[in-house]
Design a protein around this ligand. Sequence first.
Ligand code: IPD
Length: 307
Amino acid sequence: ASEDLQAFLDFAILLAREGGQLILEGSKARYASQGTVFWKAGNPADLVTETDKMIEEVVKKRLKERFPQHKFIGEETVSSGEDSALTDEPTWIVDPIDGTTNFVHGFQYVAISIALTINKEPVVGVVYNPFLDEIFTASKNSGAFLNLSTRLPLSHPHPPLPLPSSLSQCLVATEYGHCRTPHVIDRKVMSIHNMVARPGDNKWSESGKNAGLVHGVRSTGSAALNLCTAAKGQIDMYWEIGPWEWDVAAGVLILGESGGIVVDAYGPDEGPADILSRRFLAVRAGSPAPGDKTSRESQLRLVKEMW
Ligand code: IPD
């Protein structure tokens, strides 16, 4: 029932704010003491700090006390070897710090991400960036909000343009991710090349058609915040192979509730992406009205161009 979802959402908001405060304190302490950064599984591009682990422990404990029957999947709990199978049971999926590399470097695109899934589907999602004090929230069928009262996508004071009808006018986010084997990176770099390079030796055409496929490519370093930035309407698409369920579960719901869509980046299934699939192609809300048929058609047109 929607009252239950509201109660779950309210608790997730409390936890996200508490976690956010710990992120800020952890950040100050790290600079003061040059805190240790660890590599995950010996990968120097996949970082974890004591702050990630401590926040996850706090959030996990508070959830266990409040909802003892619910299951829990957390980035650091899974890293320590605990079972992470997602079932139909109510399950909290938590990333204590999404954008750990940003956290380590003081680049303020950092968020705590908390989602509740039921029947493997996100029904509550909260993403909180404590540095910018921006909290993104959604519960199933109730819309998505910035700072609890501003409905997403933003309409004031800087409303997004109508969703472009072609990739050539899109601003797209993507990430290099943690997997740095040359084979994987070559494929990602080639995809980015295909998005930004002017095809062949053609001169710029007056129509702008030969100006590379997209207007620009951005990387925030946080999958959760990429999805929320699309929910705001500030990027048109986000594409990434590699994120885990804790990176995306909350953001997928927030984007969906704002009228956006997330599908399998490998296509051609136009249905919603499985949060366990680790390959996501997201498109922000279309126009004229988020969620209507015309909007979905314009979103799918962009998806097909990208595939
Ligand atoms: C990572 C970030 C990054 C994305 C990776 C994620 P973490 O999460 O979201 O932007 O490229 O796929 O794993 O490790 O900072 O929690």
